[in-house]
Design a protein around this ligand. Structure first.
Ligand code: ATP
Length: 192
């Protein structure tokens, strides 16, 4: 079977402490894959290694069937991600924040911004700034940012955090829709 994300014995140590030990993942096309575990289990560290933000101490990573060595931009540019606190500008609106982000990724597309905001239930016309957002609205904006990238792999750290029951239902449906498009969604959660 061909895997889009594959790791073999992935390990990350900080000094004497192993944050992640011997993690072997096999994620095929079109899968929703959950990294489940308590706080501090190492979920974010696995995601950071997949994104090239932390260097593995040992073990290997293959993305799209290719071993990841050095910093393969062409591979990383095919992954949309939201991990830890995304750096949104507090005094800008959702649309302004996503516009800046889309310029940084080199793929500005105003229609995708509107579509992504609409999908997560935020108004693209709203004059509310990020600092005036509730926790759930901030979380929805982070998800819109990942969706806007429209890449084959979406990596999200605790996307349901801070959402109410309705919000969790909305995001679950949205993730299923992305899966049906053939995408891989890798999620971390401390809720099983
Ligand atoms: P949470 O559910 O709280 O987000 P997590 O499963 O994502 O937790 P990680 O953030 O991956 O856990 O952390 C795993 C372990 O690695 C923890 O013990 C943490 O203290 C440690 N750790 C993470 N980053 C570093 C770092 N930069 N330096 C030292 N230790 C770190």
């Amino acid at each position: 079977m061909n895997y889009i994300i594959e790791t073999q014995n992935l390990t990350k140590c900080y000094g004497e402490h192993a944050a992640v030990r011997d993690v072997s993942l096999h994620v095929p096309q079109g899968a929703i894959y959950g990294l489940l575990g308590r706080n501090g289990a190492g979920k974010t560290t696995v995601m950071k290694m997949l994104l090239g933000l932390a260097r593995p101490t040992s073990g290997s990573i293959l993305l799209f069937g290719r071993p990841v060595k050095g910093f393969p931009r062409d591979i990383y540019s095919r992954i949309g991600s939201s991990i830890e606190a995304p750096g949104f500008y507090p005094h800008m609106t959702a649309k302004e924040n996503l516009t800046i982000f889309s310029r940084l990724t080199g793929k500005p597309d105003p229609s995708r911004i509107e579509q992504a905001l609409d999908t997560v239930g935020l108004s693209s016309d709203s004059q509310k700034t990020f600092s005036q957002y509730s926790l759930g609205m901030k979380q929805r904006l982070a998800i819109a940012q990942v969706l806007m990238e429209d890449e084959p792999i979406l990596i999200m750290d605790e996307p349901m955090n801070g959402l109410d029951r309705e919000g969790i239902k909305d995001i679950r449906e949205l993730i299923l829709e992305e899966k049906l498009k053939g995408k891989i969604i890798l999620l971390a959660s401390h809720n099983s």
